[in-house]
Design a protein around this ligand. Sequence first.
Ligand SMILES: *Cc1c(COP(=O)(O)O)cnc(C)c1O
Length: 365
Amino acid sequence: MTDSLTNKLVRDDVRDMVAYQSARRGQSGGTCWLNANEAGGNNQLQINLSNLNRYPDFQPTELVNNYAQYANLPAEQVLATRGADEGIEVLIRTFCASAKDNIVICPPTYGMYAISAKGHNSQTTLVPLTDDLQLDIPALERQVGQCKIVFICSPNNPTGDIINRDDIIRVIELFKDSALVVVDEAYIEFCPECSFAELINTYPNLVVLRTLSKAFALAGLRCGFTLASKDIIAMMSKIIAPYPISQPVAAIASSALTTEGLAIMTNRVQQTLGLRKQLEQFLDKQNWLNKRFQSNTNYVLFNTDLAPQLFSFLTEQGVLIRNQSSQLTLENCLRVSIGSKQEMQQFIDATNAFNQTLNNNQQSN
Ligand SMILES: *Cc1c(COP(=O)(O)O)cnc(C)c1O
């Protein structure tokens, strides 16, 4: 029950709002976590905790320099944020006037664009992906002049596929005088050749979002980056919190971005791709599988008529995956993250146990 004072004071639109059901909010318990696209193993880390009496730099120099070098851009084109999620929020707060300007999203896609827009009282216009999960260019063209930001997630979460490069370029060009086109590259390390970062200095309205939460195995750290023109970064720097990156976060993230840290990340990505292949082969053998989506990421989405039953069975076994059935066009779709070798084996064992219950039911009928 919300008490009556809170109820009276809160913004009307917030009272009615449904919070983002993250993997750590909507689901709990379990022993095998394959529901948040995290890496399966932890980093070995050591940090220096002296100087915690001091505020950190607004943008920690070593961190920004290391990321700039990794992204092959000058440091003034990089903004470090509290996860890519803060980049999304700061972009909306910087470029969309509250209760006036819109964003465009292309569902099924990542949920936080719409949530952040709602928090800022900006409207979200939906331009759904086509049946083959690509951008609907004519429908997007009709939004020119009607929005300030177009969010494109590539590789897309939760589907896992890449949005066609030429289509994204077409959209950037369509909106070149009227809106930012934000390409969310949270999973780009799993397909680095698909990045748009190298085009930032060609297209002033292009913004790229990055994170250390996925391939870098640092979801608990909360560190992400916005890559954009110097002018866009300067405007966002007016709106973001004064000390967005705590000193321990900056220290850990900087070490993850050294040559050695990058080598560890690349190695982890290779292992993940190997485990993904094994999972795909396992899924393809299941006679209840309707469709397995093409993945360029560290997760696999699949469709089965038995989605509710399989999801509950796995949950009872402590294996948490993500049900995407509430997303536009993704009814009966489940998403499994690629965790550690042991975690993938737990998923496979639990799924085999599920199949066993199906066989037993069949025999008793
Ligand atoms: C995980 C994810 C994010 C958020 O990353 P954080 O850096 O952990 O905030 C952003 N976009 C997409 C598509 C994601 O999957």
